[in-house]
Design a protein. Structure first.
Ligand code: GTQ
Ligand code: FE2
Length: 350
């Protein structure tokens, strides 16, 4: 029997009932030449972040309740439904008061901590007690046990960076609270690998051989030394934190950088398919994102969404400016999706 003629709408309805959909329903806008993102360029002021943390300090307890961390997230204005900072990354600020313990847990999301202020708190990652100081970077690889505790006498504040929305998109979020009260600290003899730099064939390395702690007192002199040499025209003096276990990016999904802009320096513009979140650690400057200037001072944090042109300038003629940043570039690079376009280059197509 000959099929009777149907309108496209009727056909679409019929297909929908059968759990099918015709590709003619795809809008051309969904197949753009240039990547389109819901992530918007945005800057959060330190005064707002700090005041919010201080207000939360009085109200939000972290022990014995359901809230285990006093954390405030940066919500991208383009992602208000998910409350994430970008489509791949979440950046938050955490405050811990003297005497508090943020109880141990582990999760499939990976985390980085960049320390901003205070003294005397430590984070314990898989038994490695790491005392935090301003400018330190500490890694919490996926599925490692971690707990924070504060033995000092002043509030401590740090940045948490996680790959939450990426892990969420893969639908592999897994979270486990630690069963005992406290996570043990391992002694140096426990920490030594039992067979040194060799290991029995077939045995996976169960533990971290070294704490993943990058101290500011090591990072800063190296950054200064780099800044005295030839600069990268797009980045100034920029260093990526290398993962000592793999020799590769800081973590499989995230890369962290520390970057110095000499007084008065202005970089050239470029854009790439990775997204970046910058924190002004020292100094002040302006980052132009797709033609819009974002002025930053110490403590401010801003997002450069993928495929957005951006260039940085240090606004001071006498002080250096230092940016800490987190990037999802390792994800894009892992799948051959990293692309970069530089200002002044002729575009040859994709
Ligand atoms: O400190 O373990 O900002 O598990 C979000 C989730 C911090 C943490 C965050 C976390 C943590
Ligand atoms: Fe955590």
């Amino acid at each position: 029997m000959k099929a009777e003629f149907k309108s496209t709408e009727e056909l679409d309805r019929l297909l929908r009932q059968r759990g099918l959909s015709g590709i003619w329903r795809i809008n051309r806008d969904e197949r753009p030449l240039d990547p389109k993102t819901a992530v918007r360029p945005h800057l959060w002021k330190w005064a707002d972040i700090f005041d919010s943390l201080v207000q939360a300090r009085e109200r939000i307890g972290i022990q014995g309740g359901s809230v285990e961390r006093r954390v405030i997230r940066l919500v991208n204005p383009g992602l208000e439904n998910t409350e994430m900072t970008s489509h791949t990354m979440l950046l938050s600020f955490q405050l811990i008061q003297p005497g508090e313990v943020a109880p141990a847990h582990r999760h499939t999301m990976t985390a980085i901590r960049f320390i901003l202020q205070g003294k005397g708190a430590y984070t314990n990652v898989d038994g490695h007690k790491m005392v935090m100081e301003d400018g330190d970077l500490i890694l919490t690889p996926q599925w490692s046990w971690h707990e924070h505790a504060h033995e000092g006498d002043r509030d401590m504040i740090w940045i948490d960076g996680l790959d939450v929305p990426f892990i969420q998109s893969l639908q592999v979020i897994s979270f486990e609270p630690f069963k005992e009260k406290r996570l043990g600290v391992r002694s140096s003899s426990d920490l030594a690998p039992p067979y040194g730099m060799t290991r029995p064939v077939g045995e996976p390395s169960a533990d971290l051989p070294a704490p993943l702690h990058y101290r500011w007192r090591d990072t800063y002199p190296n950054l200064k030394r780099l800044a005295e040499g030839t600069l990268n025209p797009f980045e100034g003096a920029a260093m990526e934190y290398v993962n000592p276990l793999s020799g590769g990016s800081t973590l499989p999904t995230l890369s962290c950088w520390i970057q110095l802009l000499r007084p008065g320096m202005r970089t050239l513009g470029h854009r790439h398919t990775s997204t970046s979140i910058y924190h002004a650690f020292r100094g002040s400057g302006t980052t132009v994102i797709n033609g819009e200037p974002f002025h930053w001072e110490q403590g401010d944090t801003f997002v450069v969404p993928l495929w957005h042109w951006h260039e940085h300038a240090n606004r001071s003629s006498k002080d250096e400016a230092i940016l800490f940043s987190m990037h999802d570039a390792p994800i894009l690079k892992a799948f051959g999706l990293y692309r970069e376009e530089k200002q002044g280059e002729t575009r040859l197509g994709l």
